[in-house]
Design a protein. Structure first.
Lengths: 581, 176
């Protein structure tokens, strides 16, 4: 018996050996990427990563390497790619400054749970720790902002470590992984053989759902008179859109979203009651402090969502559906936590729910919406003043794209306006930097999104501040002919900071006024079609031209300089103390 | 209740990988928490490392940190315990001039009474080793410092729990 087994093992080993090929570490990296079905990577070459770039040259018909103009752009492009497709985004950089330039994008991906694999070159292993040219301890630097990271000094480690990297990045709560590979490991030859990672003993990506917690959750939801659902990106990352819709429709529960959760269901869905948080809608914020059961699904009670925790939904029982056990009770104490993957949990929850409508309660949302409409939305979308508003630009884009566009926003006032007013009919359509609030995210992320979903209309909405943080990526758009549409809402200010200065610092506008260049001339310098709009009557025509364009297109809209974004919950205030002006 | 600062022993079972110490200490550092003591060693399970840390924080903070620790890919399981729930020890070494051993009779009494062990003696110095609770080591330190200590070092706390930890069963479950 034993001999039989041994013989089988030997036979397997022999077969595996046959399957292996002798190649260099750098070729192995490319083969690993191909095994993981990676078709596009974003990066920037340099000394310590040159052996890998030599392989990209040889494999250019199989893998598309996109040269960005800065490594930060590579990470954001990879993020945009990941967010619209649900696949792992890949960014490549050399050692030293190349690697440190990735950090902002990695930190952004960590806090927004975006699956990324970043590969950095490193100085040869015999020079590690010697302050060699372009040496930096990128594993040390990236530790607090990665889900996992690892340094490879031997070619033979490459297949197993990269297989783990992809597995970790995309499983459970996704996140960024960084793999640092010394130059000698890239040159070294070894017998390559690839096996996908199927599990790691110390890592449980999805916690087991406790059936009792589901029963308890269902009981609270069924007994609720004034339930409110707040959903986040967990619904999208868990591919649970269908199950989520079925749950809210069966139980008839008004549902509000965080900025990373929007687009999981169509904006026009009657049970969609808008956005929660600092610049969210009036009704869901006010009624957070009136609901009797608050059901959080795939969200993490960020401080921008909750305002002052001491006065957040204190009257309500809290039910939290969550994949990451560390998020439960982190900010808001739950009464029932349902751990697990959103798709699975919601599927199991559905049969436990009673069919219901909460008409009176739902009417309250409608009534408060009317107040918000009169005091805020009407002025934003149907302005009567001379200056253009950011809101009316979004409305025009909604109309002309029939709500089918993916909107990639940057960070600031325009981001809040874009999230509030963009209409979505498809999931994974709102790509923005939520947790980290990374200015400069919008333009490169839109490049990645458009390349991952070329069939979709991808519109990047930026402010004049954030746009200039990664403006050099226009070069990437031009070189790669990425038919992304770029809209800059220009108010010649760092508008969100200016708004805070106006409201909380007695209008002392310290370093927020921008003296801007000719953005149209810059876009034209990159040979892009470009237009500037300064008057209302030009807007519809320009948006039509942009949407009709099969090529990349740049549109600058000069908007009112000192408009504010409302509603607003001042930092540290209670959600129900939301201001309409 | 939750605001009360307590003395916790944290036991973290991990894979034995480079960089994990950095990852674990970063979790305390980003919350501005000082680690009072730290020890790393092998554990009762082959190939599994064990970190033992001591921190003074609230139980609420402690629970959140356990969550953050267990979220790390290479952390298998993390536990926290109060002093009452553990059997704990620390160890210390004192290097002292050999002359004193013969010239100061009191030193011999101190060594006897403290249950300290003489590790080595040579012409110039002798080395005392003392294991026990921190207070016992502190007392010995005070008593010996009157005569002059050439070198002193104290280890991090090591602790075993009175109750069983479920770690072995968890790993077995993974193998099957």
């Amino acid at each position: 018996m034993n001999t039989m087994k041994e013989m089988q093992t030997l036979k397997n080993k022999a077969q595996n050996k046959d399957a292996s090929v002798r190649i260099t570490g750098s070729e192995a990296i490319v083969k690993c990427l191909l095994e993981e079905n990676v078709k596009t990577v974003y990066g920037y070459p340099g000394g310590a990563i040159m052996p890998l770039y030599d392989e990209f040259y040889k494999y250019q018909d199989k893998i598309h390497h996109v040269l960005t103009r800065h490594e930060q752009g590579a990470t954001h492009a990879a993020q945009g790619y990941a967010r619209i497709s649900g696949d792992v985004g890949v960014a490549i950089a050399t050692s030293g400054p190349g690697a440190t330039n990735l950090i902002t994008g990695i930190a952004d991906a960590q806090i927004d749970s975006t699956p990324l694999v970043c590969i950095t070159g490193q100085v040869p292993s015999h020079l590690l720790g010697s302050d060699a040219f372009q040496e930096t301890d990128i594993v040390g630097i990236s530790t607090p902002v990665t889900k996992w990271n690892h340094q490879i000094t031997k070619a033979s480690e490459i297949p197993e470590v990269l297989a783990k990297a992809f597995y970790i990045a995309k499983s459970g709560r996704p996140g960024p992984v960084l793999i640092d590979i010394t130059k000698d490991a890239q040159f070294e030859e070894f017998d390559f053989n690839y096996e996908k990672c199927k599990g790691i003993r110390s890592y449980k990506p999805v916690p087991k759902t406790d059936e009792n917690s589901l029963v308890e959750a269902a009981k609270l939801i069924n007994e609720a008179k004034k339930p409110l659902i707040v959903w986040g990106q967990g619904v999208i990352l868990g591919k649970a859109e269908k199950e989520f819709k079925a749950v809210i429709e069966k139980a008839g529960i008004p549902s509000a979203w965080t900025i990373l959760g929007v687009s999981a269901i169509p904006t026009s869905h009657p049970l969609n009651v808008g956005m929660v948080g600092m610049h969210g809608n009036y009704a869901p914020n006010v009624l957070t402090n009136e609901c009797d059961v608050l059901i959080a699904i795939g969200m993490r009670f960020d401080d921008r969502v909750t305002g002052n925790l001491a006065t957040y939904a204190k009257q309500a029982k809290i039910v939290h559906f969550e994949i990451d056990p560390a998020e439960v009770d982190k900010n808001v104490k739950t009464d029932v936590a349902v751990l697990g993957d959103a798709k699975d949990s919601l599927e199991k929850l559905l049969p436990l729910l009673k069919e219901n409508t909460h008409i009176e309660w739902y009417e309250k949302f409608k009534d408060l919406y009317k107040i918000e409409f009169e005091k805020v939305i009407k002025k934003d979308l149907y302005p009567t003043k001379e200056g253009l508003t950011m809101g009316e630009v979004l409305k025009e884009i909604n109309t002309q794209t029939k709500g089918q566009a993916a909107i990639v926003s940057d960070v600031g006032q325009h981001q809040m306006v874009a999230c509030r007013y963009a209409e979505f009919n498809q999931t994974k359509s709102n790509i923005t930097s939520g947790g980290l609030g990374t200015m400069g995210f919008g333009l490169p992320a839109a490049i990645g999104a458009k390349m991952a979903a070329p069939e979709r209309e991808v519109i990047s909405i930026c402010g004049d501040g954030g746009y200039q943080m990664t403006i050099q990526e226009l070069g990437t758009i031009f070189q790669q002919k990425v038919a992304v549409k770029v809209v800059v809402l220009n108010n010649d200010f760092l508008g969100m900071v200016r708004q805070w200065q106006q409201l909380f610092f007695d209008k002392r506008y310290a370093s927020t006024e921008m003296v801007n260049p000719d953005f149209v001339a810059i876009a034209k310098g990159y040979y892009l079609n470009a237009k500037r709009v300064t008057k209302r009557e030009e807007l519809a025509g320009a948006v039509a031209e942009m949407v009709a364009s099969k090529e990349p297109y740049f549109l600058e809209v000069c908007v009112e300089k000192e408009d504010n974004v409302f509603p607003m919950i001042p930092s540290g205030a209670t959600v129900s103390d939301i201001r309409l002006a | 209740m939750d605001k009360e600062i307590k003395h916790f022993t944290v036991s973290i079972y991990t894979e034995n990988n480079i960089g994990l110490l950095n990852r674990i200490s970063a979790i305390f550092q980003r919350r501005h928490i000082n680690v009072e003591s730290l020890n790393t060693s092998i554990s009762e399970i082959e190939g599994v490392s064990r970190f033992t840390l001591v921190v003074d924080i609230t139980e609420d903070q402690m629970k959140k940190i356990i969550g953050q620790l267990e979220r790390q890919v290479e952390v298998i399981k993390a536990y926290y315990h109060t002093d009452e729930e553990t059997i704990y020890q620390i160890s210390a070494m004192f290097k002292i001039k050999s002359d004193l051993l013969f010239e100061e009779r009191q030193i011999q009494n101190i060594i006897k009474e403290s249950n300290a062990r003489i590790v080595t003696v040579n012409k110039e110095f002798f080395v005392l080793e003392k294991s026990g609770r921190k207070q016992e080591i502190d007392l010995l330190y005070r008593e010996l410092s009157a005569f002059g200590i050439m070198q002193f070092v104290r280890s991090g706390r090591i602790a075993v729990t009175k109750n069983q930890m479920e770690i072995s069963k968890m790993l077995e479950a993974f193998q099957h």
